[in-house]
Design a protein around this ligand. Structure first.
Ligand code: SF4
Length: 214
């Protein structure tokens, strides 16, 4: 059974990669987490000032921020304890012009579009324009058929879990279900669809053949 799962993941992953390339993104499929970490460490090593999107895949499963810190990189982290609101804001703005910005995506469609819903907008802004290089890391579980399915996936799975992760006082963190709330702590304020690579941005998407993040 394992081989059939692997076969399916590779077929699906590579189909998405082909379509991402048609949409002018750099893209590659990597079978597993360990090989992905090796590849990403090589990329991290090429740059000095590095920022990360708030992503379970990137921060907690692949631990890429820890790797960058251990390599002595200048990591722009607005979640360091005891920062003032102004200090956090200043770091978030600097992230927009980092040498390297690594994040995940909430969903990627089979025809090669990146779909995200963000609360503050700094993550999606940095994905679109600013950093010298953007790397988007995506578990196989985030592939969906089309944009409608992407938004359904985000509202059904990603957003309630992300709201819980950041401790938002929103209805979904009580029930696990999105009710399209009007809460002041709502994390779903901006929806972006990157259809094709913008001309002045250098964006690479790595699809990993494992279940990562949510
Ligand atoms: S309930 Fe509000 S914060 Fe939670 S997923 Fe829905 S819109 Fe987003």
């Amino acid at each position: 059974m394992k081989n059939i799962h692997e076969w399916y993941r590779e077929k699906l992953g590579n189909k998405v990669i082909d379509n991402l390339k048609k949409n002018r993104f750099n893209a590659r499929y990597i079978n597993n987490k360990a090989d992905s970490i090796n590849y990403l460490e090589e990329i991290i090593n090429e740059y000095d000032v590095i920022a990360f999107g708030g992503s379970t895949t990137v921060l907690y499963e692949l631990k890429l921020q820890d790797i960058a810190i251990s390599l002595g990189k200048n990591v722009l982290n607005h979640n360091i304890p005891n920062l003032t609101v102004e200090e956090k804001l200043k770091i978030r703005k600097k992230q927009l012009t980092a040498d390297l910005f690594i994040t995940s995506t909430n969903a990627v469609t089979v025809d090669g579009r990146l779909v995200n819903i963000d609360g503050t907008g700094n993550r999606v802004a940095a994905m679109i324009f600013g950093p010298k290089r953007v790397v988007v890391v995506c578990g196989i579980n985030k592939i969906v058929e089309n944009v409608d399915e992407a938004i359904k996936r985000i509202k059904f799975i990603s957003a309630p879990m992300n709201a819980k992760r950041v401790n938002s006082k929103t209805p979904c963190t009580e029930t696990g279900q999105c009710v399209d709330c009007n809460s002041l702590e709502r994390i779903c304020n901006i929806t972006t669809i990157i259809d094709k690579k913008p001309p002045l941005s250098n964006i690479e998407i790595i699809v990993i053949g494992e279940h990562l993040g949510f």
